[in-house]
Design a binder for this molecule. Structure first.
Ligand SMILES: Nc1nc2c(c(=O)[nH]1)N[C@H]1C(S)=C(S)[C@@H](COP(=O)(O)OP(=O)(O)OC[C@H]3O[C@@H](n4cnc5c(=O)[nH]c(N)nc54)[C@H](O)[C@@H]3O)O[C@H]1N2
Ligand SMILES: Nc1nc2c(c(=O)[nH]1)N[C@H]1C(S)=C(S)[C@@H](COP(=O)(O)OP(=O)(O)OC[C@H]3O[C@@H](n4cnc5c(=O)[nH]c(N)nc54)[C@H](O)[C@@H]3O)O[C@H]1N2
Ligand code: SF4
Ligand SMILES: [Mo]
Length: 685
């Protein structure tokens, strides 16, 4: 039997067809607009049956029990949920609702599961539901929102020029990669801005190997060039933007000649990229995680967003589309959160409030609360679908914080480094075992359903069910009246007129409104001025630069910039590979066979100077900690930088890049630490 669903083994959320035999998942195929022979294969999807039926899955609730060999004993769902509910109620009663937090990783999706977690916490009166968006795309999304009111969605398939800026869709979003390849075959130009010569850079017509974390200066130089050479769309700028003169003044110090050397590029390449981008309409910019995890994440992304508007590419076919979200009911019950309970993130109010359903993502603040009791202690924590002991910045500090807790609950499928620290582990089922609404499809029509195709493995349960049952045990039955997920989804989708039944009949999705471009002609943009805001009064009022980099370039771009080491290197956290999702799947034999270990890549000249050869064990150090890995001599990076494989820290804590990263300095708007690049030292073991 074949069944349509959405794969959620990573956040690309690809529509797939699952093959089921006798109730078992035996294979799954990505749907593609290309013929099967040309479609991009995904190794994780190919390994889906190995992941689903992995012997390492947690199949029963576990409760800490120091007397047992594993440190845990199996428990019934009733006992485990009662234990969790009892601890949450006690925390609220004895210490106050602020001391409880719910931390979300990326895996269970940011759609309905995130709404349900917020719903439970708000109804419980607890303000600290926190996601990891300060290091992922929520910080980027805020920059888009503050510029033109929504996060644009690039349209590479119909573009004549595509700029890929810190994004590696070949490995992380195969559908987009296929669209880029298709456009290139139709003659589109491809510009890749990435410090690493990855496979996308190899395909590019022009590759700009920018210095890590210095993208903001590059974007400002491009803005400067567009204005200086009159390459902007005069009609769009005059009708639909605010603050052009202020932008022009802010960009004046950033001519390519002045900026190029600082960012490891040539003025000629910056000019060429700018001329191509501005002169080849329609053009789109695909921005990615390379722009996140930077100390200047917000301003840099805003400068990139301004490029889209200066060139008039916003909401044009082949440009950058303003999404048409499906109208849904807000599920988060924010009105039930009593006044006067400030979240740990309250120093980042703009980030907390920029979007009606994103909620709070300044996750570093949670570690401050656990470790330093700033602004107050958090003592009870639920971690859902994340592995913060490995994935959060300055992981050693995070682990100290997790160990400080009175009570830790982990909702996961596998025994991660985080789960090992838990008092109770609730076994979640995986994406093929549950029905849910994904954010990608709520935010951009058409909406599609992630539909359960097999029964839950063992006693594992879907996140929705775990949250609803916990809510009912906390006395919140009124907030969770639904017996099935279909009822809950139908309730959420009601304003759109779309139902689960209709979605099941339309696996290619349903729209609430017909596809439309250039919607600003009728409705403007969803900003206070209804225009694209080159100048943002909301930022100015809070003391931030109203135009990006109007303060001349801000402080240091990356952490540990003044090390004692006489021969420091820039350490970069590596790109994602197609085999793994962050710390996940590193015990799945069929995937590990294809990629058995993580390596640190180093340039030949740097390696010679440090007497390092291919395959040598090396140690990488920063003031925060150390990583031990084998070296590979590589020409994918610039001299003076190294690339450290990402995601191996769960199977081997000594290989965790986040042993090195710094959470002391943060972007002032989004609390984003410099998790992607930092100064470090490297020596042969
Ligand atoms: N140095 C460095 N740090 C980084 C990054 C980097 O590139 N470099 N990337 C950052 C980014 S962008 C992100 S998004 C974060 C990711 O950070 P995390 O979200 O912590 O990363 P994962 O390792 O994917 O952990 C997801 C966990 O969810 C579990 N899981 C999978 N499916 C489900 C499900 O359906 N339900 C439940 N309950 N659990 C499930 C998995 O078993 C896994 O343990 O890491 C960030 N940290
Ligand atoms: N296979 C797989 N797919 C995934 C994931 C996964 O773990 N594995 N994770 C999912 C998640 S949560 C996310 S957030 C997305 C991320 O998706 P992508 O944004 O595609 O993620 P990355 O490959 O980490 O980073 C993209 C590129 O940024 C570059 N980069 C690093 N530093 C800089 C910089 O300073 N400037 C510039 N311009 N570029 C830089 C890297 O070299 C890399 O090529 O992928 C999602 N899809
Ligand atoms: S890229 Fe692969 S793992 Fe990620 S959602 Fe798509 S098919 Fe699934
Ligand atoms: Mo992410």
């Amino acid at each position: 039997m074949k069944k349509d669903t959405i794969c959620r083994l990573c956040s690309a959320c690809c529509p797939v067809e699952a093959h089921i035999e006798k109730g078992r998942l035996v294979a799954a195929e990505r749907k593609s607009f290309l013929p099967a022979s040309k479609a991009r294969q995904c190794p994780k999807l190919k390994a889906a049956p190995d992941i689903v039926y992995s012997p390492d899955r947690i199949l029963k609730p576990l409760i800490r029990d120091a007397s047992g060999p594993s440190g845990f004993r199996e428990a019934s769902w009733d006992e485990a949920l009662d234990r969790v509910a009892g601890s949450l109620l006690k925390c609220r009663e004895v210490a106050g609702p602020e001391r409880l937090a719910w931390l979300r990783g990326m895996a269970a999706d940011w759609g309905a599961p995130w709404d349900y977690a917020n719903r439970l916490m708000n109804a419980f009166g607890a303000p600290n539901t926190i996601g990891n968006g300060s290091v992922c795309h929520v910080a980027r999304e805020m920059a888009h929102n503050f510029t033109y009111g929504a996060m644009t969605l690039a349209q590479p398939k119909d573009a004549a020029c595509i700029v890929v800026w810190g994004k590696n869709d070949r490995n992380t979003a195969p559908g987009v990669f296929e669209a880029i390849c298709h456009a290139q075959r139709q003659g589109a130009r491809l510009i890749v801005i990435d410090p690493v010569k990855n496979a996308m850079a190899e395909m590019a017509d022009l590759w700009l190997p920018v210095k890590p974390a210095h993208d903001g200066l590059l974007a400002m130089a491009m803005i400067h060039e567009i204005i200086a050479q009159d390459l902007y769309d005069v009609d769009f700028v005059s009708r639909y933007t605010t603050g052009f003169d202020e932008l022009a003044a802010a960009a004046r110090p950033f001519s390519p000649d002045k900026v190029a050397e600082k960012i490891w590029l040539s003025p000629a390449d910056i000019r060429r990229a700018t001329r191509w981008y501005a002169g080849t309409p329609p053009a789109c910019i695909i921005d990615g995680n390379g722009l996140d995890m930077q100390l200047q994440a917000f301003q840099a992304t805003r400068a990139v967003c301004i490029l889209r508007a200066l060139t008039g590419n916003i909401d044009r076919p082949g440009g950058d589309f303003i999404p048409q979200p499906v109208p849904v009911r807000d599920m988060q019950l924010k009105h039930r959160l009593p006044g006067g309970v400030a979240p740990v993130t309250h120093d980042f109010p703009l980030f907390d409030q920029f979007h009606p359903t994103w909620g709070r993502h300044a996750q570093s603040c949670l570690v401050d609360a656990m470790v330093d009791h700033r602004p107050y202690p958090v003592t009870t924590l639920v971690v859902q679908s994340g592995n913060p002991a490995v994935t959060m910045t300055d992981a050693n500090r995070v682990v100290r914080g997790l160990k400080n807790l009175d009570f830790l609950v982990v909702i996961d499928m596998f025994m991660t480094r985080t789960a090992r620290l838990a008092d109770v582990i609730l076994p979640a089922c995986g994406c093929f075992e549950k029905t849910q609404l994904n954010r990608a499809y709520l935010r951009n029509s058409p909406v599609m359903l992630q539909d359960q195709v097999i029964e839950c493995i063992g006693e594992s349960r879907p996140d929705w069910q775990i949250t609803f049952e916990l809510g009912r045990r906390l006395g919140l039955a009124d907030a969770f009246p639904w017996e099935t997920v279909e009822e809950a989804i139908d309730y959420q989708l009601e304003p759109s007129g779309i139902t689960v039944a209709a979605l099941r009949q339309n696996p290619d999705g349903l729209r609430a409104a017909p596809l439309a471009f250039e919607k600003h002609h009728q409705q403007g943009f969803a900003t206070p001025s209804k225009k694209v805001e080159f100048v943002s009064d909301r930022l100015r009022e809070k003391g931030f630069p109203a135009v990006p980099f109007a303060d001349g370039g801000l402080g240091e771009a990356i952490s540990f910039a003044d090390p004692a080491d006489p021969d420091p290197l820039i350490g970069m956290s590596g790109e994602r590979t197609p085999r793994f999702t962050h710390t996940q799947f590193h015990t799945i034999a069929s995937l590990v066979r294809q990629e058995p270990e993580g390596l640190v890549e180093i340039r030949d000249a740097d390696a010679r100077r440090k007497n390092i050869g291919n395959g040598d064990w090396v140690r990488i150090k920063t003031p925060r900690g150390e990583v031990r890995m084998k070296a590979r001599i590589s020409d994918r990076i610039r001299p003076g930088s190294i690339l450290i494989a990402w995601g191996w820290g769960d199977v081997d804590p000594a290989a965790n890049v986040n042993n090195l990263t710094d959470d002391n300095q943060r972007d002032p708007v989004t609390a984003t630490p410099s998790g992607r690049s930092f100064m470090c030292s490297l020596e042969k073991e």
